[in-house]
Design a protein around this ligand. Structure first.
Ligand code: ZN
Ligand code: ZN
Length: 293
């Protein structure tokens, strides 16, 4: 079975993605109600009861809304760091079943190797992820005010990248519904990436192995999908990255599932010695193909 990724929804009001391999069924963040998550999983024939775990980036409500019920009622383990656990439990008045990691740690969830790394954002201890699956690497880089060297280095090995493209700077500055203090927070080095900043990240980390970028965490009021897409498209054209496909995520509907496929289907794959398992990653799948289901 190929590794499959479905963005169940992404935007400033809720974020949740579903990753399935032969051995695990994971959510990355749970920023919708359990009812919504159930509904969206049902569109791909899945149910929350069968989840193996939930990886959590940070405690902001657009990432944790459904966690209390998923953890307390269904007993799904939550993978996060301690400051995030404490903040979520305080906020949701819930007692989570957690598997704690230290930020910066790398750990195995069956056939997925989870690399965690710190990101600059106004939360207790926010993280990004690089998920190394048997069929390719998935980078999760949302909710950060600026791209640090560390974050860039980690997602440089991604074959698929979920990248924040939060706002258009002018739309944000002109937005009549947001107080000045909130605009400052979003624009700060611990806020969110603008469309231009996302394009910078893409340029910085571009590689022949990067096949797909999801533009995620779009602000409803201060961005437009078409704007975000145009800025990124233009940048990819400028740098000649014609091999990368772009998908703008939606807050309200899941993206089509993407099946990561190894080049082993086309060319023989070199075995990776077990000793390399925890060593710096050597990508066994340089020509990942991403057909849509
Ligand atoms: Zn967020
Ligand atoms: Zn956040």
């Amino acid at each position: 079975m190929p590794v499959c990724l479905t963005i169940l929804g992404s935007g400033s009001a809720g974020n949740c993605a579903y990753l399935e391999t032969s051995h695990v069924r994971l959510l990355i963040d749970a920023g919708f109600s359990l009812r919504q998550i159930r509904k969206r999983l049902a569109t791909i024939g899945r149910a929350p009861e069968n989840l193996t775990g939930i990886l959590v980036t940070h405690e902001h409500s657009d990432h944790v809304q459904g966690l209390a019920r998923l953890s307390e009622e269904l007993g799904i383990p939550v993978y996060c760091n301690r400051p995030t656990q404490e903040a979520i439990e305080y906020q949701l008045k819930a007692r989570l079943t957690t598997r704690l990691f230290a930020t910066g740690a790398t750990f195995d969830l069956e056939d997925v190797v989870v690399e965690t790394f710190s990101v600059p954002h106004d939360a207790q201890d926010p993280v990004g992820f690089l998920l190394r699956t048997p069929d390719g690497n998935i980078g999760i880089l949302t909710d950060l005010g600026h791209a640090t060297k560390l974050a860039l280095e980690r997602v440089r090995r991604a074959n698929v990248l979920i990248l924040e493209s939060n706002h258009d700077v002018k739309l944000l500055q002109d937005c009549p519904h947001r107080p000045w203090s909130l605009k400052q927070r979003i624009l700060s080095r611990h806020g969110h990436l603008s469309n231009e900043a996302a394009a910078e990240v893409a340029e910085e980390i571009m590689s022949a192995e990067l096949q797909q970028i999801y533009l995620g965490h779009l602000s409803r009021e201060c961005n437009r999908p078409q704007l975000a897409l145009e800025v990124m498209k233009k940048r990819l054209e400028t740098i000649g990255a014609h091999h990368v496909s772009l998908v703008v995520t939606s807050q309200s509907i899941p993206c089509p599932t993407v099946a990561l496929r190894k080049p082993a289907d086309i060319t023989p794959q070199l075995p990776v010695p077990p000793a390399l398992h925890d060593a710096p990653f050597i990508n066994p799948a340089p020509h990942l193909q991403l057909p849509l289901w």
